[in-house]
Design a protein. Structure first.
Length: 452
């Protein structure tokens, strides 16, 4: 429990903590000397205003002398501490010397106030001296030697008072006891403060080092994933292109070729998701003002051309002229993800409905399927990275739990919002909400809808 009495800052951090504590101590010297100067000046002003009334107080001359010493000393320490703080690390020893000198100054001033106020018998009134002891103990990280020296100085003040003034035997004993107790209090609090500040510094350094190590591991992981994903994408593009050519030429193995094409596309989507995740610095979003309805039509037509009969992907809109700023590549990936999920988790005979509605609240793009839905316990995890809500599709399609997380990032990067509603065995609907401020041209919306 009392191990902080012999505590030393661990060796790897000793020099760094010594330097850091030097800067912190000097900063505290500046703050405390500024407070002392302010109080001393206020006391001086009160003394001037009420000079007649205060002149009758005992030891008023000693109070005045002490007040001038306080003002002068505080001002000197303010100037010196500011200068020391601005010096380089090589001057750290000077900072610690100045700090200890200020500690002695504080103890001397508060002792003198208590001593004068108690009619030259410090044991009678120790409030101001206790404030001084607590101040130097709490605000400064004193080394073990400095704490011992400060405690010895406290004891020396009481011994000096006994030597200079004629006390009774009882008063001498009581003053010695007071000196011992206060010296022990100062030493104990100083060691505990040093222990606490040192431990705090060491923990911060360890945390910083661990964080740097994790960042380096993360960078290496991202590098490896980036290389692997980049090298895999080229052969997958070739496989997809060749399978497309075989389908166009009317191969006898249509089913197998479509499976190859579908698997290569799915692998490409996974690779794209991985590349998106491992990017440490996201590139600025480059957008172009495009007709949103036309973009959606093109995406849906591409999907419709590649799905098997009798699957249908329907598009409904009430505004075919609406324009907004879009990064077409990222928007296409989001829509591919949402439509692809709808296809994975719904039966082939059910449609996927994409609806774009423009009203006074903005524009809402909805992608609805009539599939198995999402259990309530998984819905709040749906947009998490590597989400535990990821499930295999009805045909065994695998999921990494990245697609919706990345889609949400891309949508929010546009300044839009995405949410969902789902009911088990009834289907799922994803809503992309485009605010009114992002829609062009500004006009009165139409309530009539057209369907494609």
């Amino acid at each position: 429990m009392l191990h902080f009495f012999k505590y030393k800052t661990p060796e790897p951090y000793t020099a760094d903590f010594h330097e850091a504590s030097g800067y912190n101590n000097i900063r505290q010297v500046t703050y405390l000397s500024t407070i002392l100067l302010t109080i001393a000046i206020l006391v001086r002003i009160i003394g001037i205003i009420y000079d007649t009334q205060l002149s009758a107080l005992p030891n008023i001359r000693e109070y005045n002398i002490l007040n001038y010493i306080d003002i002068t000393g505080s001002l000197i320490f303010i100037l010196l501490s500011r200068r020391r703080y601005q010096q380089n690390a090589a001057q750290n020893t000077g900072r610690h010397i100045l700090t200890f000198t200020f500690v002695i100054f504080i103890l001397s001033i508060t002792w003198s106030i208590s001593f004068i106020f108690s009619m030259h018998n410090a044991k009678n009134t120790l409030m101001m001296f206790l404030i001084g002891i607590m101040s130097v103990s709490i605000f400064f990280a004193l080394t073990n030697r400095q704490a011992i020296a400060a405690a010895s100085f406290v004891m020396g003040l009481f011994i000096a008072a006994i030597v200079v003034y004629s006390y009774s035997f009882t008063d001498r004993i009581l003053n010695i006891i007071c000196g011992l107790v206060l010296a022990f209090v100062l030493y104990t609090f100083s060691r505990y403060t040093y222990y606490f500040k040192s431990q705090h510094y060491v923990q911060l350094r360890k945390f910083s080092e661990t964080n740097e190590y994790v960042q380096e591991l993360n960078r290496q992981k991202s590098e490896i994933l980036g290389f692997v994903a980049h090298d895999l994408r080229a052969p997958l593009n070739n496989i997809e292109a060749l399978s497309g050519m075989m389908l166009a030429e009317g191969t006898d193995q249509q089913v197998e070729t479509r499976m190859i094409q579908s698997a290569s596309r799915q692998a490409k989507y996974i690779i794209n998701d991985l590349l998106e995740v491992v990017q440490e610095q996201k590139a600025p979003l480059v957008t172009h003002r495009l007709n949103l309805s036309h973009c959606l039509k093109n995406i849906i037509e591409h999907w419709q051309a590649n799905v098997d009969e009798p699957r249908q992907i329907r598009f409904i809109t009430n505004d075919q002229q609406l324009e907004t700023d879009i990064n077409l590549s990222k928007f296409t990936r989001v829509m591919d993800n949402l439509i692809g999920n709808g296809l994975k988790f719904s039966a082939a005979e059910t449609p996927i409905v994409v609806e774009m509605v423009h009203d006074h609240t903005g524009c809402t793009i909805s992608v609805k399927d009539f599939g198995i839905g999402i259990p309530k316990g998984l819905q709040e995890l749906l947009f998490d990275q590597f989400s535990k809500a990821g499930r295999p599709g009805l045909q065994g399609e695998k999921s990494m739990g990245l697609g919706l997380h990345i889609s949400k990032q891309m949508i929010e990067h546009h300044g839009w919002q995405i949410d969902m509603e789902s009911e088990e065995n009834a289907g799922t609907t994803f809503h992309i909400r485009v605010p009114t401020t992002a829609i062009y041209p500004e006009k009165v919306y139409s309530s009539s809808a057209s369907s494609d």
